[in-house]
Design a protein. Structure first.
Ligand SMILES: Cc1cc2nc3c(=O)[nH]c(=O)nc-3n(C[C@H](O)[C@H](O)[C@H](O)COP(=O)(O)O)c2cc1C
Length: 223
């Protein structure tokens, strides 16, 4: 696939087919992502690829913690979002939720249905493969830049293999449970998860097309 096509065909998929993904494809995506740049080439990432029973165990552990209320004790390790939203970001953020729930026929005040849809995150939206990307928390904030580049390489690389993805920060709230399941070392911090598989093209949630700013809106050319 041509690079531009891979870039513009990447979008977040929230319903995957149960179709198995060949291990060679996952390996090829990771082999490509290995070339992501990082400051001083420190390559500060680690990836856990989960499938089958391990993936199911993680899902069940998270869902149980939600049902039991244990989730209330879980604290995020880092802020991905601001505590107070403001424009223009708040409108962009709302637009995604609004469109997604509209496609799923979930009304704004149907908190139960919204919650259920949110929990689909923890079922990896039906994807057969999940990834957890971690870094050493002793590194500096700048390391998040490296991780972002690495993760985007996975997302775009997946397009080259005919696969789709969804980056999922939703998992990070459950880092203590995931850390236990994956045996993180003492300083390992969960940064993001990625669901990966084949798109279910019949799913309404996958009809979501978020607005993207034309580059002229975020670029200043100077001479
Ligand atoms: C780091 C990161 C974390 C994300 N976490 C989630 C998540 O937990 N659940 C989810 O449904 N989407 C998640 N998304 C997807 C975003 O909502 C999505 O990228 C955004 O709406 C733009 O849509 P697009 O990916 O289709 O271009 C995440 C995206 C990124 C980059």
């Amino acid at each position: 696939m041509e690079t531009h096509e891979a870039l513009i065909s990447r979008r977040s998929i929230r319903r995957f087919l149960p179709t198995n993904v060949a291990k060679e494809k996952i390996e090829k995506i990771l082999a490509g992502a290995a070339f992501a740049p990082s400051g001083h080439n420190i390559q500060p990432w680690h990836v856990y690829v989960v499938e089958g029973e391990k993936k199911e165990k993680i899902t069940n552990t998270i869902i149980e913690s939600i049902k039991s209320g244990e989730v209330k004790n879980f604290k995020q390790e880092f802020d991905y979002y601001p505590t107070e939203w403001f424009e223009p970001y708040i409108s962009r953020r709302r637009a995604v939720g609004f469109e997604l729930y509209k496609l799923l026929n979930i009304s704004r005040d149907d908190y139960e249905a919204r919650d259920k849809q949110m929990q689909e995150n923890f079922y990896f939206f039906g994807a057969p493969v999940g990834m957890f990307v971690t870094m050493d928390r002793r590194l500096a904030e700048g390391t998040f830049i490296d991780l972002g580049m690495f993760i985007q390489s996975i997302l775009v690389g997946a397009r080259g293999e005919g696969l789709h993805t969804c980056g999922q920060v939703a998992f990070t709230r459950f880092h203590t449970l995931i850390s236990r399941e994956l045996n993180f070392h003492e300083n390992e911090m969960l940064v993001c998860a990625v669901s990966i598989g084949y798109e279910d093209t019949s799913a309404p949630e996958n009809q979501l097309r978020v607005d993207k700013l034309p580059f002229e809106k975020f670029t200043t050319f100077l001479k």
